[in-house]
Design a protein around this ligand. Structure first.
Ligand code: SF4
Length: 236
């Protein structure tokens, strides 16, 4: 589909359910990937894909810095749905990165750290795919507010599909409860949005769920959903 065709399709999909958007994607593209970060939204999409037996390649960006609870959820999801969620890892281990860029790069230059440990590995993982699915919602951040259900991802060179854009947090948690979807145990400890352990803190009641990500440094995206050029391995 051309970019113009994708705009037309996005208009048509605006009133469709997430399940219909997932089915639409699987019918049109032979190689579809879903990069999950194991948020509640991602767990919902894994449940939907499994429920409808959609042939979607599941993977996660294993930065090596995830919470133990996140690694435990990863295994629970694989067992519950009888799927494999592939690990996509950075070119460098945490220790190698510390040698090359200094210890705790996330505390000094989190954009660079995310570029190395998330954005570059994602670009490589998507190289063989026709389309990739994300779990973003429009009401999460200003940069996500203008997203369409289907759009051309010029940075990674493939179609990007966002089935949950129009859902609210209540919609997500209603689905989780109704279908008993496994979720991260840290949500019960006050964590709204969960990423790497060094960059994630709990949130207070009523606080923006993403306020615990990169708290106090004004960063609210890791770079996966903004139009930046990825760092390539040759630049490491
Ligand atoms: S979230 Fe933090 S630790 Fe994880 S890649 Fe980004 S800066 Fe590094």
């Amino acid at each position: 589909m051309s970019v113009a065709d994708l705009r037309v399709a996005a208009d048509e999909l605006e009133g469709q359910s997430p399940e219909q958007i997932l089915a639409w994607t699987s019918e049109r593209y032979p190689r579809v990937s879903f990069a999950t970060g194991f948020g509640a939204e991602g767990c919902v999409l894994i449940d939907m894909a499994a429920r409808h037996a959609l042939p979607i390649d599941l993977f996660t960006l294993d930065t090596g810095l995830l919470f133990p609870e996140t690694y435990a959820l990863w295994r629970r999801l694989e067992q519950r749905y009888a799927v494999t969620i592939r690990a996509v890892r950075p070119a460098q281990t945490v220790e190698e990165q510390a040698t090359g860029h200094g210890d705790q790069l996330w505390a000094r230059d989190p954009d660079r750290c995310c570029a190395l440990r998330k954005v570059a590995p994602l670009a490589e993982a998507l190289a063989g795919s026709d389309a990739w699915i994300t779990a973003i919602r429009r009401d999460q951040t200003p940069t996500r507010a203008a997203a369409r259900h289907v759009e051309w991802d010029a940075k990674n060179g493939l179609v990007k599909v966002n089935p949950l854009l129009r859902w609210s947090s209540d919609d997500v948690w209603g689905y989780v409860k109704h279908h008993d979807v496994p979720c991260n145990a840290l949500h019960d400890a006050g964590y709204g949005s969960i990423g790497c352990a060094p960059c994630t803190t709990p949130v207070a009641p009523g606080e923006d769920p993403r306020a615990g990500r990169w708290r106090a440094i004004g960063k609210n995206e890791c770079g996966l959903h903004v139009r930046l050029q990825p760092v390539r391995r040759a630049e490491l």
